[in-house]
Structure formats: C-alpha cells, structure tokens
Design a protein around this ligand. Structure first.
Ligand SMILES: [Fe+2]
Length: 392
C-alpha cells in the first residue's frame, strides 16, 4: 500500500536555527547529546547548536567521533555515549554521516542488542528517543528520511537500515549553516541530492506525491547548484539547494532510490569514495541504461533541469536530459572516471556482484539489470561515460 512518511516537523529557511530553543522546550527534555564531526565543530556550527541548547538549561554532551562515512563501530560508540549520559534527546548536526549516526543512537536507545544485531533492512525497534536533525550540507536529505547508512568494515559493504523509528522528530534546515561549505563538497553533495530526485522520479514505486517533490527538487537544484558552486555565499541559492535537498529526501524516503545508489555503494565501501562522488560517477551510465524504458519520465527531468527552452519528449527528450546531466557534472569538476578515484579494473566483476545483491534498492529500479549489464555499467564508469552525440 503506498504510504507517505517524513520528519514529524520541519523548519526551513534562513535563520531557523534561532527557533531551536523554543522547539526543544516543547519536547521537555533536560539532557541532550549532540552528534557532530570535527569539521562542523571548526566551522563554529556545533558550538552555535550547543549554545542554543544551553539557553534551555539543557545538560549537553557531545559525540564528535565521526570521520568520513560512519561505520557500525562508530554508531555503537555513539549509542554507548548516549546511554552512559542517559540522554533524553539526540541532536545530529552535520552532513548525512552525523545525522545517520544520531538516528541510530536515538532509535536503538531502548532496544536490546547491538547495532550489528539489527543489520537487516527492516528493523523492529522499540520506541526510541526524539531526534533532531540539523543538516549542514544540501545533500543526503537524511533530515527527512527513515534511513541510516553505515559501513560494515568487516565485510566492506554499506548497510542501509530503514525503519519508521529512524524518521526525525524535528528537522531544522537552515541554509545559513551551509554558506561556508567548500565548493567541491557543495558540488558532490548537491549531486547526491539531485540523484535522489532523479532516482525517486524514475522509481517503480513513485507516486504522485513523490513525483511532485522530486520534480520540484530537480528544478530547484538545476537552477541553484551551479550558483552555489561558484559563489558559496549566495544566500538565495543556498536556500534553494536546502529546499531541493529536503524535497528530494522526502521523495526518496518513500519512492526509494535505485541502481545509481546500488552501484555507488561498493565504491564507498571498498574505496571510501565520498557518497556524492560515487553517485556522480554512476549517474550517467545508469541513467542512460534506465532511460531506454522510461523515455517520457526521463525527459520530464530534462524539462525540470531547464535543459532546453522548448519541450522535447520521447527518446530525444531523454537523450537531451542525459546531455544536461553530463554538462552539469563536467561544470562542477567532479571526478569523471572510476580510474581517477583509485578503483582497480580487476575489481569490477566483484563490485558488479555486490551491487546486484542490494535488492533493497534494485527493486525500485525501472529496468532489471543482469550480471553482464552490471559489469558493462562499471566498465563505462571506469574510463568515463561519454553520452552519445546528437543534435536536437
Ligand atoms: Fe544518496
């Protein structure tokens, strides 16, 4: 049965972080654990969050043991900190890594067993603690999803946990916190958000609700990402990206993401390629493969991206979308080949096998992918996907 779920409450707009004390007061908590990383700390954002919490006389503990994309062990350590401190609320402030770990700490707080015990994708958890998500990048959309992604470093794979218990109680999406994100991070996190919207729109589980969110996200991101990349301090563009990323998160939390993410995961798990870069590397080959079975939907994405002044539909529209995505990726200076990020060619068949095992995501994909096709997608990404040349 199609359902729609998102964060219980969402504040969005420049300066909304100022509302945090009032919002927290409603939740009537006395002890807060802030989950963040050293980068967010040095940007001064963590201390702003802590100051806002202190205005409510909350006792605050900080967990900042997050470096890069989080492992199961990091999530366990954060959960242990939350329990030792007897926290009553968990606040994730940072990129998707911080928010995902905060989600796990909040959701597992009252459940027995370790995080590793719950690595199946459909979790049965006891009611956890309230979670506040404060994103500092416009990318993962984690503030609006019931999903947490962790790396299992024993098996070198990414685990996607999904549960209604993982949805934040409160998302505070303040684009002013994103003004100092460096250009390369702006670029690849922005492409992650765009990929969420594209995959949610092409998902076989898309609904009218997720379509509306996904298409609006594509148009916001299509207009604003280049501007943010060139001029990080442009408040209007940062606001549009924050909205686009949130809407994309709301869409894919319900419609799902698909093969781009499935093929990106082995790059993250084996080579620690940042999630947004991994998606950027797989986006064109997978989009090209998928669009053959959904040319009209693929061409709607091009319209939303503003790919050409007049509407072109069908196969031509789909190709034009592919070209618009290729141009955007090139302008953002994101690595374009698996070679550049250190992937070994000999690993491609194993990676294809791993990607195909991510049933949780592939069941949303509009086109079924066989083993040979999976290898071909990685081979295309390995030396750089060149979209077919055509003229409209
Ligand atoms: Fe993603």
């Amino acid at each position: 049965v199609p359902t729609f779920q998102t964060a219980r409450r969402i504040l969005i707009g420049p300066g909304v972080l100022d509302e945090l004390p009032r919002e927290i007061r409603e939740l009537q908590c006395r002890r807060a654990l802030v989950v963040t990383d050293p980068g967010v700390f040095s940007a001064g954002i963590a201390s702003r969050v802590i100051d806002e919490l202190a205005k409510n006389c909350l006792e605050v503990e900080v967990f900042d043991g997050i470096e890069g994309e989080p492992t199961l062990e990091v999530a366990e350590a954060c959960l242990a900190t939350a329990r030792a401190f007897s926290t009553e609320i968990v606040v994730g402030a940072g990129g998707g890594s911080c928010i995902d770990v905060a989600k796990v700490a909040a959701a597992f707080f009252r459940s027995e067993g370790s995080v590793r015990d719950y690595t199946s994708s459909d979790l049965a958890l006891k009611e956890g603690l309230p979670l506040v998500a404060i994103p500092t990048t416009a990318g993962t959309g984690s503030e609006a999803t019931g999903i947490a992604i962790l790396i299992d470093s024993l098996e070198n794979r990414k685990i996607g946990m999904t549960s209604p218990m993982l949805f934040p109680h409160l998302a505070v999406v303040d684009p002013d916190l994103m003004l100092t994100v460096p250009a390369p991070v702006t670029a690849y996190t922005g492409i992650d958000a765009l990929t969420h919207a594209v995959e949610a729109y092409l998902s076989i589980n898309a609904t009218s609700v997720t379509d509306a969110l996904a298409i609006k996200a594509v148009s916001l991101i299509g207009n604003a990402l280049r501007v943010c990349f060139q001029d990080g301090r442009n408040r209007e563009a940062r606001h549009a990206m924050a909205e686009g990323s949130l809407l994309a998160g709301m869409a894919f939390a319900n419609a799902g993401v698909a093969a781009v993410h499935a093929f990106a995961y082995p790059l993250g798990a084996r080579y620690r390629v940042p999630h947004g870069v991994a998606n950027a590397l797989m986006l064109l080959p997978v989009f090209n493969f998928n669009m053959q079975v959904c040319v009209d939907r693929a061409s709607h994405i091009g319209d939303a991206l503003g790919a050409a002044p007049e509407i072109v539909t069908g196969e031509m529209g789909a190709k034009r979308t592919l070209q618009a995505l290729e141009t955007l990726l090139r302008e953002l200076g994101i690595p374009q080949t698996l070679k550049e990020v250190g992937v070994r060619e000999a690993d491609l068949p194993d990676m294809a096998g791993e990607a195909l095992r991510i049933e949780r995501l592939l069941r949303n994909n509009p086109r079924e992918i066989g083993f040979e096709e999976a290898i071909a997608l990685y081979v295309q990404a390995f030396s750089g996907f060149a979209p077919p040349v055509f003229t409209v």
